[in-house]
Design a protein around this ligand. Structure first.
Ligand SMILES: [Zn+2]
Length: 488
């Protein structure tokens, strides 16, 4: 039987974080009451003139620089004509043949692949997905469908939207997942967008086709429109690739069509076929002059290039001596990275801080379905916790207890240690009292130890810990026991 391979290209729409909309002074803000951020320009009234938003152009160019794109000297805006209620002018201002950025690419991060596929993904890491272009356009309004009527909110109409188009370089749903995860990290690092897919700040159209393995001609592609979660993209592509393969295996042909993904049923459905596809009749927007990107402006933007996730990960490995995995987890999320650096600053063993964050903090946050920004464990508290254990004031078991208490209450670790009387007993005299009691109460274990059974010592150590209510310094307890046993 023929085996098939998939070819995937993505068009990613990114809402750019700016104060105002793309061509007017209305606020660019998510979540306001419907139709409160509107004006004659973004409502498409006759006789108004658009004025381009410099911040949006700058952020698009910065994205291009971060992704290694070429920035052409001239660029222009075009009108993309179509008639639909979400576009009151009956055209959208976009860019046709002269976009702001060309080429470039996204290098897939190993740990950006879905967790359960990371082992196989290692071979694919560092694969570069090439970009065709990045252009800037205005977003359209948002329609809402009720039981017997529909409504349109124009707050989103005219907000700056960047479209990142890839070459058909993606070979699997997992690579698409890794591409979007990596891209999202970079966009957040650059302050370009919050890239929150739930808020529609990152949306994606997928072009997918299949062909017999090893052949060079692309199969007929289908487009899946308007995906709004990274895991949804993976599920939709997995379904669609399988669907196309089955059609071909049964001797059918793939029709070029636009499909929509329905997450609850886990299937894609036809929205429109090629015959009905739009004819956009692009032409240069007569209200907007072509843009000349001056070199000195571009140089100034280049100075604002942030440290990228991969660079930060490499720095963490060098500066804090953490493993590649730890560094990649910490660097993957900018807020977490900033948190780590605060907690690890001037700490003797930053690896311990990384362990607390990755093993304890992240799991506590996910258990409580909380964001780092709502977390009561301040970075300085982790620093304090590590200092308390390092100084032998509390043992590792007590430290876990203190951590959970800090997480719940927001009190400082030292306060909790004091309040709960937790401090570890490192006083040899006090430990001797417990050790003598343990020896007295367990003559069998003492005999075992003397007969050479080392495990008996661990049992006695456990008794000392119990007698001290977990407060004894375990290492010291072992030393004292050995000394007393040898002397007896
Ligand atoms: Zn407006």
């Amino acid at each position: 039987m023929t085996t098939y391979e998939a070819t995937i290209g993505l068009e990613v729409h990114v809402q750019i974080k700016t104060h105002s909309k793309m061509f007017c002074g209305c606020k660019n803000e998510f979540g306001a009451s419907p139709n409160t951020h509107t004006c004659p320009v973004c409502l498409g009234m006759p006789g108004v003139l658009p004025v381009p938003n410099e911040e949006a152009i700058k952020k698009t160019l910065l994205t291009g620089l971060m992704l290694g794109c070429k920035i052409p000297e001239t660029s222009k805006f075009d009108r993309k004509s179509y008639f639909y209620p979400d576009m009151p002018k009956n055209y959208q201002i976009s860019q046709y043949d002269r976009p702001l950025c060309l080429e470039g690419g996204v290098v897939l991060e190993k740990y950006a692949f879905p967790k359960e596929t990371q082992k196989e993904a290692i071979a694919l890491a560092n694969k570069k997905v090439r970009l065709t272009r990045i252009h800037l356009e205005e977003d359209v309004a948002k329609s809402f469908h009720f039981e017997t009527s529909s409504g349109i909110d124009f707050n989103r109409a005219g907000t700056p939207l960047m479209e990142i188009v890839t070459e058909a370089d993606i070979a699997s749903p997992e690579e698409a997942f890794a591409f979007l995860t990596t891209l999202k990290q970079i966009l957040i690092y650059g302050g370009i967008s919050d890239a929150d897919m739930e808020k529609g700040q990152l949306r994606c159209d997928c072009n997918v086709s299949v062909r017999p393995q090893g052949t060079s001609q692309f199969g007929t592609k289908c487009e899946i429109k308007n995906m709004n979660s990274i895991s949804g993209v993976r599920r939709a592509l997995t379904y669609e690739i399988q669907r196309q393969i089955e059609v071909l295996q049964e001797g059918g042909t793939i029709r070029q069509e636009t499909r929509r993904w329905d997450d609850p049923t886990g299937q894609t459905y036809v929205m429109r076929t090629k015959e009905q596809s739009h004819d956009y009749r692009y032409f240069p927007d007569p209200d907007l002059m072509p843009m000349q990107v001056q070199n000195d402006w571009l140089d100034r933007i280049r100075l604002e290039m942030p440290e990228l996730p991969r660079q930060r990960q490499e720095r963490y490995q060098k500066e804090f001596q953490v493993t590649e995995y730890d560094a990649s987890v910490l660097a993957a999320d900018l807020a977490l990275a900033i948190y780590f650096e605060k907690a690890a600053a001037d700490v003797k063993n930053p690896k311990l801080v990384a362990n607390w964050i990755i093993n304890d903090l992240l799991s506590a946050l996910s258990d409580q379905k909380m964001d780092l920004s709502d977390c009561k464990v301040k970075p300085e508290f982790l620093k304090e916790l590590v200092a308390l254990t390092d100084a032998g004031k509390i043992n590792s078991k007590q430290a876990k207890e203190v951590f959970l208490e800090v997480f719940a209450s927001g009190l400082a670790p030292t306060q909790i240690v004091e309040k709960k009387g937790l401090s570890q007993v490192s006083d040899t005299g006090a430990i001797e009292v417990f050790a003598k009691k343990a020896i007295e109460a367990n003559p069998n274990s003492v005999a075992d130890y003397k007969a050479g059974k080392i495990a008996a010592l661990n049992f006695l150590k456990g008794q000392v810990m119990k007698l001290s209510q977990g407060k004894a310094n375990p290492q010291l307890a072992g030393e004292v026991l050995e000394r007393l046993l040898k002397a007896s």
